[in-house]
Ligand binder design. Structure first.
Ligand SMILES: C[S@@+](CC[C@H](N)C(=O)[O-])C[C@H]1O[C@@H](n2cnc3c(N)ncnc32)[C@H](O)[C@@H]1O
Length: 279
């Protein structure tokens, strides 16, 4: 059997899964619960159920966000010639991970995953096995420290930073508060990438149902999981001066839908878009 080319990177070699606090709900595990996964605990399911009582379509919405991720990877590969990705806020591995979608298009595609959740770290090793010719690396790091991500050896070892990169920030920026200045963090990442690179963003918003989303944000804040839904203009600012790809910043279901357009694109409460760094 051909061994996949797998790079394992651990910021803290002494880390052990025992540090995971399962008594407090966590975004990665709640998302996994809504997607029908098994990597979640009682606290995640309790808060996940509470959110589902407020937004009964939350599982559908999580699925729509996931489908957007797949569509965006395929489009960047087919239309923008991108074959390498930096995916920050990876999530617990599930169906249609970035490298799986990318390596179906091009088996040589390369992906560096970044997440700050120890449980994602634990599962990344077991599940994210790349194609024999492509490469996949995982970096345990925090989006709030872009410098640590950018200077991590796995980045230069796995990706060719002289060629365009697809930067994936899918359903993660809402987990950074305004006070943490997520726009500055994203700008730092954008600046480090070469011309022709693309940024893909999806972001929870209250624009389509303000009351439901603010009730969820309150519940999540109480559950010590601060959530910052944002409006369209605030989401668009993440792209800076990069050129927005058609159709711009739109409801997630309306972004390059495969096949026919959705009947009610605002049924999933996310803004989504992608943009290219000018050449
Ligand atoms: C809702 S999941 C999204 C997973 C995947 N991107 C998707 O859209 O299917 C959010 C992920 O972001 C991670 N995350 C949250 N804050 C982060 C941070 N400051 N740095 C890195 N990852 C973070 C969480 O651990 C979780 O795995």
């Amino acid at each position: 059997m051909v061994q996949p080319d797998w790079t394992w990177v651990d910021e803290d070699p002494g880390w052990r899964p025992a540090v995971i606090d399962t008594s407090v709900a966590h975004s990665a595990r709640m998302y996994d619960y809504w997607l029908g996964g098994k990597t979640n605990f009682a606290a995640d399911r309790a808060l996940g159920d509470e959110v589902e009582r407020i937004i009964p379509t939350i599982r559908f919405m999580a699925g729509e966000n996931r489908r957007f991720l797949g569509r965006a990877v395929r489009r960047l590969m087919r239309e923008e010639g991108i074959d390498q990705f930096l995916d920050i806020g990876t999530g617990i591995p599930t169906e249609g991970n970035t490298h799986e979608v990318a390596q179906l298009e091009n088996p040589d595609a390369r992906v560096v995953y970044v997440d700050n959740d120890p449980i994602v770290l634990a599962h990344a090793r077991a599940l994210m096995v790349g194609s024999p010719t492509g490469r996949t690396a995982y970096v345990h790091a925090d989006l709030r420290e872009p410098e640590a991500i950018l200077r991590h050896p796995a980045l230069a070892e796995t990706l060719d930073l002289s060629r365009p990169v697809g930067l994936m920030l899918v359903s993660v920026l809402m987990l950074l508060q305004d006070a943490e200045d997520p726009w500055a963090r994203v700008a730092e990442l954008r600046d480090a990438l070469p011309a022709g690179s693309c940024l893909v963003v999806s972001h929870v918003t209250g624009d389509f149902d303000e009351k439901a989303v603010s009730t969820v944000a309150e519940a999540e804040n109480e559950g010590r999981l601060p959530l910052a839904p944002r409006g369209r203009e605030a989401v668009a600012r993440f792209f800076g001066d990069w050129e927005l790809l058609e159709p711009g910043v739109v409801p997630v279901m309306a972004w390059s839908p495969d096949g026919h357009a959705p009947e009610d694109p605002e049924a999933a409460y996310y803004w989504a878009g992608a943009a290219r760094k000018p050449r």
